[in-house]
Write a protein that binds this ligand. Structure first.
Ligand SMILES: Cc1cc2nc3c(=O)[nH]c(=O)nc-3n(C[C@H](O)[C@H](O)[C@H](O)COP(=O)(O)OP(=O)(O)OC[C@H]3O[C@@H](n4cnc5c(N)ncnc54)[C@H](O)[C@@H]3O)c2cc1C
Length: 863
């Protein structure tokens, strides 16, 4: 036990005695660290201490929302309901505090208002509101994500003479609303839980709604039998599955898309999710709910239909139907009779979008067109989420910079656990970690374990200072944003985005990549010798700097899926089998956007060979510029329609006719057949603008991978021949050389679908070693690149061909060719052509298409 009067040296000070602070205390004390917890309330429980409003309860099944660290505790505590109420959860917290004798090291009714890092002593000085100071080596803010109530920003709020309540600071003795006229402001989770119960007592209940939220019925009752049985059958396996799940509750994510299932299956799944009464069931009912607006609309529409079927008055029902944000991009709610409450004669809804509040008065609330006389006002106006409690303490790090100053434009953290400039400070479930998007109990335990294990490790290794590096933090912030950006979350004005607090920067706060992926990243950081952290102590410094996640999240997902399938590699197959394999996998792709018209035809290639082509025409009125397009496939695979989704995408975005050419393939037709065919096709296309619906003289070449090699060679040949005139060359992940010694072959030769071995296999099929330095095979080897058409060269970070693409862009530029280079951060060789699959490459695709359209128009030949 730590001496309560002591202000001297502590190993750790923890702020907050909710579930996070309590478990921290237990772990740190057991590890032999002198630890004190400071808590503003007069008891443990955090969220469940403060939020005592009627109907307050869990919205994650309580058997999952429970500590797993103590098997004994699991045996002796049984939850009475599927979703336990606040008093029961608080009793649980108190029971844990008793069982582990936690209170002796918690100083209650002690609010922390400042903390300062002393660089010379490598210690934190933590100051309480009462003026006491504690000094510690490590400082942990376990202050909660939803613990800082938002102050109501309503004109006249302090004028009201009646009773005023905040759901987040509810009186301990409870409130009796019998016979009273009550106004509730807000329709978030707390309001949706409390409104049905307040309506049971109040004589009149008026709900003031700014924006409606999606809510589904909780169907509360006993713990569902199946879940109880799973848990009791093998608790360890169950808890382990929760830790490695997406959201912190065991369960396999579905692979069904809302848009691809048949009508009956769609309806059945939605009905089942509605009946299950679980948030994660309805959010995960289809795999594209959070990424595809049309898929999201399927679920949103279903819930709106349910609201209309429950609420009698059509106007009220309409006002309760959310239409301003995609489903689940704001936290959806679970309710018990919420919508039906509006059918009671004494319950009224005021839609503030139509009738805004002008002022709170001495006796009630005035809207633009009506006055409401009230005896009591309940503010259910939410929280300054995730950062509010952290920046409300004046935390001063190295060089006098405060956390509030550092986070003025939004929080930046490494793993949501630490922040540059604040050595030895940890945050539990901080911004940049899964936190509020997960079952918080699982996330809390994971963070506490990580922090406690780290402190033990540091001690064992003789270090006593830990701080993330700028590289690691920036990389993590980028990854957090990358994950959010492929979802619909950032499109909503939600508290996840800080949008509920005036002046708060709009940044997507939690990590949306999943509890499982997040845990993996944290574990890998440790396994890599605390990658991205600087450790100091005993006159030593250790720093293994780096970024833990550089791949785009959807690229990583595709790679993982492919690895799980354990498919044979193409370089182990015959050309024929590889073609069949490649066609079979292409058949599974999303189709790409609609175009105006598709026409198949043939054109003459080199030496009189007929080549098939597929023409994609935009929906807009022609004539259009024309693009001769060459598909990828290492000169061995593919055809005029094998890059179909990408050609459609280019056609739409560039507003140009795309003519995709099926040049001859190796090994049947080896070098230089593809190169000769490519040029012959360009010549023919240039000579037939009217027939193709093209603008005479507005012609570009474009290609992907080996097709970009064919396109680059065609551009060189056209220059040498003096015709045709080309406005542009757009080379996406081009093969420009046969040299495998560049670093990108070393870095990316394995693990990113296009491997070094596969490139060898392609080259072996295509060209004899002696031919591989011929500029018609390796256009980078051409000693003269001047006079070529303006170029857009696109490379991807995780592509073995990256460096030769970059080298070609540089060489073109050096030769005076107007050249733009686009680098796909976190992308691999196949990312750009994976239309509607690699969503993170959408912006790149948009830029490529727009630039192609612009260049091909700008460079029209004047004849
Ligand atoms: C109404 C409501 C319902 C919720 N339901 C769920 C749910 O069903 N499932 C789920 O996963 N999550 C839920 N949450 C989120 C919930 O906050 C977490 O699950 C969890 O309880 C957080 O625990 P914590 O210890 O991290 O923080 P908290 O429980 O918020 O505890 C933080 C403590 O820190 C103290 N504190 C803060 N600042 C200071 C300071 N400067 N000085 C001293 N003390 C300070 C506070 O007084 C508080 O006691 C809910 C939240 C709310 C508000």
């Amino acid at each position: 036990m730590v001496d309560q009067d002591s202000t001297t040296e502590l190993d750790v000070v923890v702020v907050g005695a909710g579930f996070a602070g309590m478990y921290l205390l237990h772990r740190l004390r057991a590890a032999g660290f002198s630890t004190v917890v400071l808590e503003a309330a007069d008891d443990v429980g955090g969220t469940w201490y403060w939020n005592r409003y009627p109907g307050a309860r869990c919205d994650i099944p309580t058997v999952d929302y429970t500590y797993s660290f103590d098997p004994e505790l699991e045996d002796e505590w049984t939850w009475s309901e599927k979703y336990a109420t606040q008093p029961e959860i608080l009793r649980y917290a108190q029971h844990v505090a008793d069982k582990h004798d936690l209170r002796r090291d918690i100083r209650f009714e002690t609010r922390v208002d400042a903390a300062r890092w002393d660089e010379a002593a490598s210690r934190w000085h933590v100051r309480t509101e009462a003026g006491d100071e504690l000094t510690c080596r490590y400082y942990v803010m376990a202050t909660g994500c939803l613990s800082m109530p938002k102050t109501p920003d309503i004109e006249g709020a302090d004028r009201f003479g009646g009773e005023v309540y905040f759901t987040s600071r509810w009186p301990h003795e409870g409130v009796d609303f019998t016979g009273k006229r009550v106004g509730v402001i807000g329709t978030g989770s707390s309001a949706i839980q409390s409104i049905p119960l307040i309506a049971q007592q109040a004589s009149e209940l008026t709900v003031f709604q700014r924006t409606p939220n999606f809510s589904i019925p909780a169907h509360n009752g006993p713990v569902p039998e199946e879940r109880r049985a799973d848990l009791e059958a093998d608790r360890d396996t169950y808890r382990e599955a929760a830790k490695w799940s997406r959201g912190g509750i065991p369960g396999e994510p579905t692979e069904l898309s809302a848009l691809l299932v048949d009508d009956q299956t769609r309806q059945q799944r939605l009905d089942a999710a509605w009946e299950a009464g679980e948030l994660f069931e309805i959010i995960g009912v289809f795999n594209d709910v959070l990424v595809n607006p049309a898929a999201n609309e399927v679920v949103a529409d279903y819930i709106r239909g349910k609201i209309r079927s429950i609420v009698d008055d059509p106007e009220t029902a309409d006002a309760l139907c959310p239409t301003d944000h995609p489903f689940a991009t704001k936290r959806p709610c679970l309710d018990s009779g919420y919508y039906a409450t509006y059918n009671l004669p004494h319950v009224h809804l005021v839609d503030l979008r139509k009738h805004p509040i002008t002022s709170v008065t001495e006796t009630g609330i005035d809207t633009a067109d009506e006055s409401y006389e009230l005896d009591a006002i309940v503010y259910a106006t939410g929280f300054d989420a995730m950062t509010g409690a952290l920046v409300s303490v004046d935390i001063e790090g190295r060089d006098g910079v405060t956390l509030q100053q550092k986070w003025a434009d939004g929080p930046t953290t490494y793993l949501g656990l630490a922040s540059v400039g604040f050595p030895n400070l940890f945050t539990v479930t901080g911004p940049g970690s899964p936190s509020v998007l997960s079952n918080m109990m699982v996330s809390i335990e994971q963070h506490v374990d990580w922090i406690a294990d780290t402190l033990v490790d540091l001690r064992a290794q003789g270090f006593d200072v830990i701080e993330p590096t700028q590289t690691a933090e920036s990389g993590w912030v980028q990854h957090v944003n990358d994950c959010a950006d492929i979802t619909l979350y950032p499109t909503a004005n939600s508290w996840y985005m800080g949008a509920n607090v005036p002046g708060k920067p709009r940044v997507f706060l939690p990590y949306v990549g999943g509890v499982d992926k997040y845990r993996e990243a944290c574990d890998e950081v440790v396994a890599a010798g605390y990658l991205g952290f600087e450790l100091r102590g005993d006159g030593r410094t250790q720093c293994n700097d780096g970024v833990i996640r550089r791949l785009q999240p959807d690229v990583a997902m595709v790679l993982e899926m492919m690895a799980e399938l354990e498919l044979p590699t193409m370089d182990s197959m015959s050309a024929e089998d590889a073609r069949a394999f490649s066609e079979a996998t292409s058949a599974e792709r999303p189709p790409g956007p609609d175009v105006g018209e598709i026409v198949d035809g043939t054109l003459p290639g080199a030496e009189g060979h007929d080549l098939r082509y597929r023409l994609y025409r935009p929906t807009t009125a022609g004539p259009h510029p024309v693009v001769a397009y060459f598909h990828g496939g290492g000169w061995v695979l593919g055809s005029h329609d094998s890059d179909d989704p990408f050609c459609r995408d280019l056609c739409v975005r560039a507003d140009a006719v795309i003519v995709s050419v099926d040049y001859r393939h190796a090994p049947e037709a080896r070098f230089p057949a593809a190169a000769e065919d490519g040029f012959a096709a360009v010549q023919w296309i240039a000579g037939h603008p009217q027939e193709l619906g093209g603008i005479p003289g507005a012609l570009a070449v474009c290609g992907w991978s080996a097709g970009a090699n064919v396109a680059a060679v065609a551009a060189q040949k056209a220059r040498d021949a003096g015709a045709p005139h080309l406005s542009a060359q757009v080379l996406v992940n081009p093969v420009t050389d046969s040299d495998f010694s560049r670093p990108s072959y070393e870095e990316n030769g394995e693990g990113y679908l296009l491997t070094r071995d596969l490139m060898s296999w392609f080259w072996d099929h295509y060209a004899d070693p002696a031919d591989r330095t011929d500029p018609r095979a390796a256009p980078l080897r051409n000693p003269d690149l001047s006079g070529l058409p303006p170029a857009l060269v696109v490379t991807c970070e995780f592509d073995p061909l990256r460096d030769e693409g970059e080298a070609y862009a540089e060489a073109l530029e050096a030769a005076g060719v107007p050249t733009r280079h686009l680098a796909g951060r976190g992308q691999m060789h196949t990312s750009i052509t994976a239309v509607d699959m690699i969503i993170s490459a959408t912006d790149l695709r948009a830029e490529i298409g727009a630039e192609l359209g612009r260049m091909v128009r700008a460079g029209v030949a004047v004849s």
